[in-house]
Design a protein around this ligand. Structure first.
Ligand SMILES: Cc1ncc(COP(=O)(O)O)c(C=O)c1O
Length: 398
């Protein structure tokens, strides 16, 4: 995939392999459209009738529509903007569960699911955590076994931000639909990498963040809520319409939107989405997986390197977790940065149960490379060479 000139300048100094945390750089179109939009139409949308306000509102509504299509939803009003997926997941977990309810989730979850669920469990919600198998996948039958008459939500991470495995959401969704249990996915890592289809995958709610593989800026995300699924509003505030009503509005999208939206973020997200759709998810995913395979094959030949759950790349995103024997992950990260100019993520990656299950909690987590659309074979070769040098140094020094 050719690199636009601005990205080339940035990447010539740094090899950025932390796309699991946030994508960087963004497509040039995202920067230029955000600048254009903010300069020309950066007013509060939907609050007044003057031209600029209408234009800003049009960008919000057309992005709502585009994202609804992207997830194969049916009603753009059920696409609600939030500030990121953490925000969306909080709306879901606090708006769908009450004391006495039961929820099913997995040990693959990010803290943006684990912590709201933990707070809910303190308020009387019971939660089952289904573990992943040795290859990194959750068995739908194990989810099914947890169903109780009081189960009101199954919520799972579509693609792990630590081990990169893509979960069988379609099969889990089918089981939930049969049992009449709402099914939500955390698509933070998967949206923009692999197709997400409300209909085909039997999804009831999808939470997404704009700044990762959707290639938008930080501070924008959202959720799509299928018709027939209700999320109670757990916050209240301005909506810009029907201001005389004392309570927060019931109808979507207002029900789950509060205050002035991040319009510049929505504009940037729309440009990121257009960029993705122009190239097509399959071609971007194929590029990233080719690099993932190259990285995996190179790293696993290095003595002392342990990779986690990298055997089945058919059901995988471009996230690779590893450790170097005798070194804590943070030290490997520092060496990658200081000695090799490579940006990676280290630690528990906000997913403590994944590390507990892998046993890597005892060695302070893992190093994670996250590959994005602008990475190249040269970047991957440099990363393999750098990890090789770090492991060799460790072997030499003992
Ligand atoms: C799987 C997963 N869920 C949720 C999040 C939270 O995303 P955000 O910080 O954009 O809310 C992340 C971010 O790392 C993630 O990887």
């Amino acid at each position: 995939m050719p690199i636009p000139p601005a990205q080339e300048a940035v990447l010539s100094k740094l090899i950025y392999l932390d796309n699991g945390a946030t994508s960087f750089p963004k497509p040039e179109e995202v920067y230029s459209y955000m600048d254009h939009f903010f300069r020309n139409f950066g007013v509060n949308p939907g609050r007044s009738g003057y031209d600029l306000c209408l234009e800003a509102g049009e960008v919000v509504e057309s992005t709502r529509k585009a994202l609804t299509g992207f997830f194969n939803g049916t009603d753009p009003n059920r696409l609600c903007f939030s500030y990121n997926s953490t925000d969306a997941l909080n709306l879901i977990i606090f708006g769908m569960l009450r004391p006495g309810d039961h929820a099913v989730t997995t040990t693959l979850e990010h803290n943006s699911v684990l912590r709201p669920l933990y707070h809910q469990s303190l308020a009387g919600v019971s939660v089952d955590y289904v573990p992943f198998d040795a290859a990194g996948f959750v068995d739908p039958a194990e989810i099914r076994k947890c169903f109780r008459p009081t189960t009101r939500l199954v919520i799972i991470n579509h693609a792990s931000n630590v081990i990169g495995t893509l979960q069988p959401v379609r099969e889990i969704g089918r089981l939930c639909r049969e049992a009449g249990i709402p099914f939500a996915i955390d698509a933070s890592q998967s949206a923009g990498k692999v197709p997400i289809d409300m209909e085909d995958q039997f999804l009831d709610v999808v939470a997404f963040t704009g700044h990762k593989s959707l290639l938008g800026p930080t501070g924008i995300g959202g959720l799509y809520v299928r018709e027939g699924i209700e999320i109670r509003q757990t916050r209240a505030g301005g909506t810009g319409v029907r201001s005389a009503v004392r309570t927060h509005l019931e109808e979507y999208p207002y029900r789950l939107e509060y205050g002035t939206p991040n319009v510049a973020g929505i504009a940037g997200l729309s440009a990121g989405l257009k960029w993705l759709q122009a190239r097509g998810l399959p071609s971007i995913h194929a590029h990233e997986l080719k690099l993932t395979r190259m990285l995996r094959d190179g790293l696993r030949d290095i003595p002392g390197v342990t990779l986690y759950c990298m055997n089945d790349l058919e059901n995988h995103i471009s996230v690779v977790a590893f450790n170097v024997a005798g070194l804590v992950a943070a030290d490997v990260g520092t060496m990658l940065d200081v000695d090799h100019n490579i940006a990676a993520r280290t630690g528990l990656h906000c997913a403590p149960l994944v590390h507990e299950q892998l046993g890597t909690d005892k060695i302070h987590g893992s190093v994670r490379f996250g590959i994005g659309p602008f990475n190249t074979e040269e970047h991957i070769a440099a990363a393999i060479q750098a990890v090789g040098a770090i492991a060799a140094l460790k072997r030499k020094r003992g």
